[in-house]
Ligand binder design. Structure first.
Ligand code: PMP
Length: 399
C-alpha cells in the first residue's frame, strides 16, 4: 500500500473526544458516570427551528446553493451581529461554513503558507493546534496561567506581534477558561494591534452571547473601527442555539477574506444544505427565549460549580464570566496520592477521577495548560451537584 501524505502524520483526532469516548465506554459497561467532558450545550432549539427545517424539506429546490451562504442566511447573520454592535458590514464581508471549526480551517488555509507563524494564547481551544499543524504553520504560544486569570496582557501581545506572525488567533469568551475580556482590556489590546499592520487577527467569539452578570461583549473593532480591515470575527450557531450537530458557522471581516473563504467553500463543500440553512435562519431571526433562558441557567450552574471549587484548599480557579467551562488549576495536588496511587499530572488526575468517582473532565494539557483541568458544566441540572460533590470528595481523599 502507498503511504499517506505527510499531512496525515500531523493530523490527530480530538483529545476531548477521546475522554468523552472513554466515559461513554465506562457508562456502556454499567458504571455510574457523570460527564463534565465535552463542550456541548445540552439543549435543543425551539420548535420554530424544526418547523423551518421541515418546511425546507417539503420545498426542496433540488439545486446547489451559494458558496458564500444563502443570501437570506447571510442577511440574518448581518442582523445578528448588528445586535452586538458589529455594524457597517454587508453581504460581501460575510462567509459561512460547516461550523466555526470549518471556517477557522478555511481561514488557516487561506491566510497561512507552510512555515508561516500563527500565534495564540494558552490555554487555547484544542483544535487551534490541530488545524495549525495540518496546514504546517509554525505555532507561537503566549502562556497565560491562572495567576494572570488566564488572560493575555497588552505587553505579551506587543512582544508577540513585534515578531510579525502572519495570523494572531484570539478567543473571547474563552474555551476552556470561560474568561471574558472587559471593555478596557479589549481596548488596550486593540491599541497594540493597531501598531502592527502586518498581522491578520482572527477573533473566535462563538460564545459572545453567553456572558454573565451583564459583563458585556467587546470586540477589537468596537474599540478601533479602523481594524475592520484586518480583524476577522467568527461566530457559530452551535453553542448559542443548542445546534452543534447542525454545523453552521460564520465569519465577518474584510471582503477579500470573505471571498477567500467562499472560494475554499466552492472547493470543499459547495454550500451548506438547504434544510440546515432554513433552520439556521429560523434560529437567528425567531424567538430568542430558549437561548436567553439557557444563559441564565449556565450562570446559575457556574455559581454552583464555583462555590464547590472555592471550598477546596489549594485549587485556584479564576471565576469565569462566560461560556460554560471552568478551568481550575489543580497543580497543588500533583505528587499526592489517591487510593495509594501517586497522581503526577493532569492526565493521571483525570484518569484517577474517572476511574474512582466516575466523573469525566478533560486534562488541561489538551488546552496547552497542564496545571489545570476543564469542567464543562452543561450536564442535566440534577447531575451537577452530585458530580461536584464527587470531585470535592476526590480532592479530600488525596494525601
Ligand atoms: N471555537 C471554540 C472556542 C469552540 O469551543 C468551538 C467548539 N467547541 C468551536 C470554535 C467550533 O464550533 P463549531 O461547532 O461551530 O464548529
Amino acid at each position: 500500500m502507498p503511504d499517506f501524505s505527510s499531512r496525515m502524520d500531523r493530523a490527530k483526532p480530538s483529545a476531548i473526544m477521546a475522554v468523552a469516548e472513554k466515559a461513554k465506554a465506562l457508562k456502556a459497561a454499567g458504571k455510574d458516570i457523570i460527564s463534565f467532558s465535552i463542550g456541548v450545550p445540552n439543549f435543543l432549539p425551539g420548535e420554530h427551528v424544526y418547523a423551518a427545517a421541515r418546511d425546507a424539506l417539503a420545498h426542496d429546490s433540488g439545486q446547489y446553493g451559494s458558496n458564500r451562504g444563502a443570501p437570506a442566511l447571510v442577511d440574518a447573520f448581518l442582523k445578528h451581529i448588528e445586535a452586538i454592535g458589529l455594524t457597517g458590514y454587508s453581504a460581501k464581508n460575510i462567509a459561512t461554513g460547516v461550523g466555526a471549526k470549518h471556517v477557522i480551517y478555511n481561514l488557516c488555509e487561506a491566510l497561512l503558507d507552510e512555515g508561516d507563524t500563527i500565534a495564540f494564547p494558552t490555554p487555547y481551544w484544542t483544535s487551534y493546534v490541530d488545524i495549525a499543524e495540518i496546514v504546517n504553520a509554525k505555532i507561537e504560544l503566549l502562556p497565560c496561567p491562572a495567576s494572570q486569570h488566564y488572560k493575555m496582557t497588552p505587553e505579551q501581545l506587543d512582544a508577540t506581534l513585534a515578531k510579525k506572525p502572519r495570523v494572531f488567533l484570539f478567543n473571547n469568551p474563552s474555551n476552556p477558561t470561560g474568561m471574558v475580556y472587559s471593555k478596557e482590556e479589549i481596548s488596550a489590546l486593540a491599541d497594540v494591534i493597531a501598531k502592527y499592520p502586518d498581522t491578520w487577527i482572527i477573533t473566535d467569539d462563538i460564545y459572545n452571547r453567553m456572558i454573565f452578570d451583564g459583563a458585556g461583549y467587546h470586540n477589537f473593532v468596537h474599540a478601533r473601527p479602523e481594524l475592520k480591515d484586518r480583524v476577522i470575527f467568527i461566530d457559530s450557531l452551535s453553542k448559542t442555539y443548542g445546534m452543534p450537530g447542525w454545523r453552521v458557522g460564520f465569519m465577518a471581516g474584510p471582503e477579500s477574506v470573505a471571498n477567500a473563504v467562499t472560494t475554499m467553500n466552492s472547493n470543499h463543500i459547495t454550500n451548506l444544505p438547504e434544510i440546515t440553512t432554513a433552520a439556521a435562519i429560523a434560529a437567528l431571526t425567531g424567538p430568542q427565549d430558549v437561548p436567553n433562558a439557557k444563559v441564565r441557567e449556565f450562570q446559575d450552574k457556574r455559581d454552583q460549580v464555583m462555590a464547590v471549587l472555592d471550598s477546596i484548599p489549594g485549587v485556584v480557579c479564576p471565576k469565569p464570566d462566560g461560556a460554560f467551562y471552568v478551568f481550575p488549576d489543580i497543580s497543588a495536588y500533583f505528587g499526592k496520592s489517591h487510593d495509594g496511587k501517586v497522581v503526577n499530572n493532569d492526565i493521571e488526575f483525570c484518569n484517577a477521577l474517572l476511574e474512582s468517582k466516575g466523573v469525566a473532565c478533560v486534562p488541561g494539557s489538551a488546552f496547552g495548560e497542564p496545571n489545570a483541568l476543564r469542567i464543562s458544566y452543561t450536564c442535566p441540572t440534577p447531575q451537577l451537584a452530585p458530580g461536584m460533590e464527587r470531585i470535592k470528595a476526590f480532592f479530600a481523599e488525596m494525601q
